[in-house]
Ligand binder design. Structure first.
Ligand code: 16G
Length: 245
């Protein structure tokens, strides 16, 4: 691994830099699935950072599913799944998720406009009467594979012009100080019907993971109500579980 101070990794906290370094090493094939990570004290010496920082970086990558820890024998690069894995512990956007894996993101627009809200949108987004919604519906594609159909609804006060979203919705929200910081996500299984199956380029009757995300600002204000249909053969969700009290 190169050192953290050689300028090859952009700024940010040291543990994040170390995470990028390890992620890049995996992307570039320097570290392969099943490979052991050097011990904590060695990583600390190589990167010239404290063991506490190394531990924080490694634990983050374990929660993300990139690394696995085996008690007594160390930390390893997780076996690569045939599916794209999304962590259930971090609030990230599709663009960020794919970019982190070195995948090229593209979207096909299905719909983009301002509408009279449905009763469900009114309640979920907490709209006042007469308030409109911006809806953006996209087929999300990574490395030329259609991954998901995503239909997002936001108050026009949050997104006055849906045409502004070209690549990333969250980037547009961040620019106006509306990037959500918390979300509730529900995932359920479903079977794809004709139209959706066609868009996702899988046979009718294939399985999908249907996800509903309601995301919030720090103030508790609802920002986004999004329904997504993910291809079950292309995507899986990973969460680290801890014994609670
Ligand atoms: C993710 C979110 C979706 C959000 C989108 C923004 C899930 C299930 N959904 O796909 O709610 O609107 O990211 O992505 O993770 P963007 O910033 O790339 O447009």
């Amino acid at each position: 691994l190169p050192t953290l101070n050689d300028g090859s990794i952009a700024g940010g906290p040291l543990y994040v830099k170390l995470q990028r370094l390890i992620e890049n090493a995996v992307l570039d094939g320097l570290l392969k699935p099943g490979d052991a990570l050097p011990p904590e004290r060695e990583l600390a010496a190589i990167a010239d950072i404290s063991r506490v920082t190394v531990r924080k970086a490694v634990q983050g990558l374990v929660s993300d599913g990139l690394l696995i820890q085996r008690h007594g024998s160390g930390t390893f690069v997780a076996p690569r799944s045939a599916r794209v894995e999304q962590s259930l512990t971090h609030l990230t956007s599709f663009t960020e998720d794919m970019a982190r894996r070195g995948m090229v993101v593209r979207s096909t627009w299905l719909d983009r406009g301002i509408y009279v809200p449905s009763p469900e949108e009114m309640v979920t987004l907490g709209l006042t009467s007469g308030e409109r919604v911006s809806r953006i519906s996209r087929l999300r594609v990574a490395n030329d594979t259609p991954m998901a159909i995503e239909r997002a609804a936001l108050s026009v006060h949050v997104l006055p012009n849906p045409e502004l979203v070209t690549l990333s919705l969250y980037a547009v929200l961040a620019a106006s100080g509306n990037r959500p910081v918390r979300a509730i996500q529900r995932i359920s299984a479903a079977i794809l019907k004709e139209n959706d199956a066609k868009l996702l380029e899988v046979p009718v009757g294939s399985a999908s993971l249907n996800i509903e995300r309601i995301s919030y600002l720090d103030s508790g204000k609802v920002i986004e109500f999004t329904r997504s249909i993910y291809r079950a053969d292309a995507y899986e969700f990973v969460a680290e579980l801890k014994l609670g009290d």
